[in-house]
Design a protein around this ligand. Structure first.
Ligand code: ARG
Ligand code: ZN
Length: 873
């Protein structure tokens, strides 16, 4: 059944307070919940109360302390109904029994390596007790946790610790936690286990001291420094940037190794996938360090955007996620290079969100309907949602944006609210109307802007005509025009930005054209000579451009644009065009002869030491095969794209061989995870990767040495990847050495599986099937499954979309195998089929067959059923 936004109605009852008593035991945890319930103002006395459950075993129900009359209730594993509840406020006491050990879905209360932990967002709380499990029910929680001391010496809950002690005459103990801030059930959490703590303190701007702790498995204490440092920097940043202070006496983070997603912002008790906490130079790459920093910040920032102010219903998910991603991106930009961070965020957006928005899984940033909410934790809600908030700031300016945020916190603190209420704060603070802007939340699809540019020497005038449209999508034929901020510049012959003198009628503010109509012309005056147009600087809107800019202009931008983002973009655009041309030639079995001018241009990037190495690394990183497939949009032949990309990389590697050898040198300094040092490594390794494709004599030896002598995981894994992906001599020995060294470190072993799963080789398939039988492959661990199967499906286009169909079949089999034990992981894996219609017809037919085979199973989870139906619709 579909849930629809328009059907939203407040619940007939409120639950003001909740006392939970949880007696932890591996197979029979007993949960006693005492719900303080009040009738809503508009609710007639005697209106039935329906509580959500999911697979619960009910042991008893009391109303105001007396056992409920069995005739007055109906209980199933998935529902508890009180047919005629008392008219006045009453206390409902519910005892349920759950089995954490048998919980393979990893939703609700489960065990990870012996630790009891919870995941309640979106609808996991109903797997612990019966409740109004919806985000607009805000309650004050007190949690008493009890366990055997030897099983779980550490007992953690939301809020502040209030009492703890032994239970005399037993081997058990308890802890009581009280969270004074009313919250929805999805933010509930508890943890019980034998964990080590790394502690620190933070003094807030108003002088309150907060005890910080990160809990990990024993022996991993030394891997928490970076996460702790990131946490303290996040806390300070939110005070300085938004005036937001932390509000409890303690802030706890727990790292577990079995987790469906990245991390979870439970109030005062964040629970993390350990890959976003643990970082050590030997086992984590620079990307891992950056991810830890970003995810720690993200979850911390949710304390205000998500927890203090939460969502009225799950359609509003982007209210907390889009906004919080925007906040974590801003934080990382302040900690690192802002332009490089922008480039990598846009890469991510284009790699994940654009294809989602162009295929059968497209949906608005605020969806209007869903069958399974877990399928809407998407790149659209998160990344496009962040872009929409960024555009708000771009359009209103930093001061009005900040005033709108302030008003939002002031007005909605303690509430569960909506996108409309959020936008109203900005409209009011800026004295403007955001009705048209709200369309960004309503319409799916990536707007395409067609650009026409004419220069009149006679009038010294530049006329820019921009037309916007959104290609039709399933269930969305017609769309209305969006408000699109198009930041731009005009480069003179000297490469400098000209002054912008718009005609009064043009909607240009500062360096920004504000496109509001379907077609609009912007006129610039006093333009002395034909300028080179730099459009969509800093990627000021999540759109695609259809602009036939000359190669010469793009080369000029690549070298001279004052906006680093657009310098990078110009190179990407040139490379994309060339790769599309080469892919066409590859399909016709023509010789692949990359454009010499373009190959030369890369030489400038390699040797321009005035540029930030991290930026140079981004420039040398050609558009991915998936990027090219997405830009083609139809009749995609992954083999042709692969051949094209290899040909261009090889030409660059050969042409600039000696410069690349120089660039590939490492500086030999002691490891530091900071952005500058990471940028050096990224550049050196990117240079090396081009050499690896060129494969001149001595390359395999060079890579083998780099692998053997590496002082950190970034250098080691990139050498391994280049050896394996290029099928170079020594790759087997390197794989064996890596296995031998890291077999007990699961996060490092995930990388070992990933490198092999993404090798673009004919033998990749046999290798992957063999790896599913490897003793270290464990399909019950989401990280391990993703490292082998998901990375194959999303990171190995030639082999996943293999012309034989075997790649599709392999992934389809895996989806079916996992679906009944962990539907969330299965349905996420299945989304890797989302662009199947864009494939050339033979491959598309094979992908469809695999999807139909999945669809034919009649006991699919709701999660997987939803994705397969939408993929086939
Ligand atoms: N709120 C979490 C975060 O983004 C993610 C929770 C994902 N939950 C889910 N059911 N997929 O920080
Ligand atoms: Zn989040």
């Amino acid at each position: 059944v579909a849930i629809r936004l328009e059907d939203y109605a407040p619940a007939p009852y409120r639950i003001s307070k909740l006392f939970l008593d949880v007696k932890l035991a591996p197979q029979a945890t007993v949960v006693t919940a005492e719900l303080h319930i009040e009738r809503g103002n508009a609710t007639k006395a005697g209106t039935p109360l329906e509580l959500d459950g999911d697979g619960l075993e009910l042991e008893g129900v009391q109303i105001d302390g007396f056992p409920a009359d069995p005739a007055a209730i109906t209980a199933t594993p998935d529902k508890l109904v009180l047919h005629s509840p008392p008219a006045d406020p009453f206390v409902l006491t519910i005892r349920t029994r759950v089995n954490p050990e048998a919980n393979t879905q990893l939703m609700g209360l489960y065990r990870s390596s012996g630790t009891y932990c919870t995941q309640c967002e979106a609808e996991g709380f109903r797997r612990i007790t019966y409740f109004l499990d919806r985000p607009d029910i805000l309650s004050v929680y007190t949690t008493r946790i009890e366990a055997r001391k030897s099983d779980a010496p550490i007992l953690l809950g939301n809020g502040n610790p209030s009492e703890a002690g032994d239970i005399p005459g037993t081997d058990r103990h308890y802890a009581i936690w009280h969270d004074p801030f009313p919250k929805p059930s999805y933010l509930f959490a508890l943890v019980g286990g034998d964990l080590a703590a790394v502690r620190d303190t933070f003094t807030t701007s108003s002088g309150r001291s907060v005890d910080l702790a990160i809990y990990v498995e024993h022996g991993r204490e030394n891997w928490c420094d970076w996460a702790m440092d990131s946490l303290k920097r996040s806390m300070r940043w939110d005070e300085e940037t938004f005036g937001l202070e932390y509000d409890l006496d303690v802030f706890n983070i727990v790292a577990v190794s079995d987790f469906n997603m990245g991390a979870m912002e439970n109030k005062g008790l964040n629970i993390f996938n350990d890959k976003y906490v643990l970082a050590d130079p030997q086992t984590a790459t620079d990307q891992d360090y950056a991810n830890v920093e970003a995810v720690i910040a993200h979850e911390y920032f949710h304390n205000w955007t998500g927890n203090r102010i939460t969502c009225r219903d799950w359609f509003q998910l982007c209210l907390k996620e889009g906004l919080t991603v925007f906040r974590d991106q801003e934080f990382s930009s302040d900690m690192r290079s802002r332009p490089v961070k922008r480039i990598s965020d846009v890469r991510l957006l284009k790699a994940h969100q654009f294809p989602e928005d162009a295929g059968p899984l497209a949906h608005p940033v605020r969806p209007r309907t869903y069958r399974e909410i877990n399928n809407f934790y998407t790149a659209t809600v998160y990344e496009k949602g962040a872009e929409v908030v960024r555009m708000l700031k771009t359009l209103l300016g930093p001061d009005s944006f900040r005033a709108g945020m302030d008003l939002y916190f002031q007005r909605h603190d303690g509430e569960a609210t909506t996108i409309e209420a959020f936008l109203a704060c900005f409209a009011e603070a800026a004295g403007t109307d955001l009705d048209q802007f709200a369309l960004w939340y309503e319409q799916a699809g990536t707007p395409l802007i067609k650009v026409d540019c004419t220069y009149s020497e006679e009038n010294q005038e530049l006329r820019l005509t921009l037309s916007q449209s959104i290609p039709p999508l399933p269930g969305q034929d017609e769309t209305d025009p969006n408000v699109i901020p198009v930041r731009f510049g005009l480069l003179g012959e000297d490469g400098k930005d000209m002054d912008l003198v718009p005609t009064p009628a043009s909607d240009v503010s500062g360096d920004m054209m504000v496109l509001k109509q379907r077609t609009q012309t912007f006129t610039l005056q006093n333009v002395q000579a034909r300028p080179v147009l730099s459009l969509l600087r800093r990627f000021s809107a999540p759109v695609r451009l259809d602009f036939d800019q000359s190669k010469q202009d793009l080369l000029f931008l690549a070298q001279r644009d004052s906006d680093p983002f657009n310098r990078w973009q110009a190179t990407q655009t040139l490379a994309t065009r060339e790769l599309i041309r080469l892919a066409g030639d590859a399909r016709q079995d023509k010789a692949l002869l990359p454009d010499v001018k373009l190959v030369d241009a890369f030489g400038e990037t390699i040797s321009d030491t005035t540029l930030d190495p991290a930026f140079r690394a981004q420039t040398l990183d050609l558009p991915s095969e998936a990027d090219i497939a997405r830009d083609l949009g139809k009749d995609v032949d992954p083999d042709a794209i692969h051949a094209a990309r290899q040909a261009l990389r090889k030409a660059i590697g050969l042409q600039h061989h000696s410069a690349l050898i120089g660039a590939a040198q490492l500086d030999g300094e002691a490891f530091s995870p900071d952005a500058a040092a990471a940028g050096q490594r990224a550049f050196a390794n990117r240079a090396l990767s081009l050499l690896a494709v060129a494969d001149e004599p001595g390359t395999a030896e060079l890579l083998k040495t780099r692998f053997d002598m590496a002082t950190n995981m970034t250098d080691r894994i990139s050498a391994l990847l280049m050896l394996v992906h290029n099928g170079l001599h020594g790759s087997e020995a390197a794989l064996a050495a890596f296995l031998n060294r890291f077999q007990d470190t699961s996060l490092a072993m995930d990388k070992w599986f990933m490198v092999q799963a993404t090798a673009p080789k004919e033998d990749a398939f046999d290798r992957i099937t063999a790896l599913t039988a490897h003793p270290l492959f464990d399909k019950t661990n989401p990280n391990r499954l993703r490292s082998l199967v998901q990375s194959f499906a999303t990171g190995n286009p030639t082999q996943f979309s293999h012309a034989s169909g075997r790649g599709f079949d392999f992934v389809a089999d895996m989806v079916l195998e996992i679906d009944n034990r962990n539907p969330q992981v299965a349905s996420r894996l299945l989304t890797s089929f989302r662009s199947w219609r864009a494939l050339e017809e033979n491959r598309a037919a094979l992908a469809k067959q695999a999807l139909l085979r999945i669809s034919a199973e009649d006991d699919l989870s709701r999660d997987t059923r939803d994705i397969v139906d939408r993929c086939l619709q």
